[in-house]
Design a protein around this ligand. Sequence first.
Ligand SMILES: Nc1ncnc2c1ncn2[C@@H]1O[C@H](COP(=O)(O)OP(=O)(O)OP(=O)(O)O)[C@@H](O)[C@H]1O
Ligand SMILES: [Mg+2]
Length: 245
Amino acid sequence: MKIPLLQVERIRQHFGDTAALVDVSFELPEDQILTILGPSGCGKTTLLRIIAGLQKPDEGTVWINGQKMNGTGTWVAPQQRSVGMIFQTLALWPHLTVEGNIGLGLKARGIKKADRDSTIEEVLEKLQMVQHLKRYPHTLSVGEQQRVALARALVLQPRLLLLDEPFSHLDLDLREDLITLIKGLTATIIFVTHDQHDALAMGGLLAIMCKGRLEQIGKQEEILQNPATEFVRYFVRRSTGLFNG
Ligand SMILES: Nc1ncnc2c1ncn2[C@@H]1O[C@H](COP(=O)(O)OP(=O)(O)OP(=O)(O)O)[C@@H](O)[C@H]1O
Ligand SMILES: [Mg+2]
């Protein structure tokens, strides 16, 4: 049997008295999109940061492609995990053009200018952004900036792409465009949102979190048909309204 690309095993994370994550375990096979849906403060960003290696969990283990990322005597640094992350804040460099922002990671890998240029152009082509190559982030709309952040992660060809509420400030049309674009990528992706509409539009696998716990994970249709907990039932009731409306 093929090893799942990502295995998360009994992760626990406390910040003072706050239990940010409580025994979170799940697996994600290669080339699947998993949407994690849950209310603000339920631990979504913390979970992504732990997977990316930006935070060491109090307990539990992350495995990527069968390789242990953390645990007694083991720590794989973020840059060695082949994980790309797009943050809620986007974090583009204001003093660099679109080209400069996207090329930075390639440059750090020692890739030659000519090869960088062709890779950048190829990814921008896919995102319909080639015409903006020489622009600075502040001259772009937020939707365009989101695409630059996505391009910057994609050029490094991560095995796993983590998207932390990348569309929170976009209008519905732009969100739908970007969801279509993400669904068209061949990649293993975790997409985090607190928006039920976006979660349902993404399809694929769905995980529902509440107060640091993973309440249920499975195919979207299965969760809608067989909610496992009271919180998921509450979510499904509201989603039925979205489907009908
Ligand atoms: N570094 C930290 N120090 C203290 N508390 C933290 C820290 N990081 C997260 N928390 C707390 O842990 C809980 C989970 O936070 P997290 O950012 O993971 O939530 P979230 O699900 O991403 O929320 P949102 O949808 O608002 O982004 C929150 O109560 C938050 O205040
Ligand atoms: Mg968050």
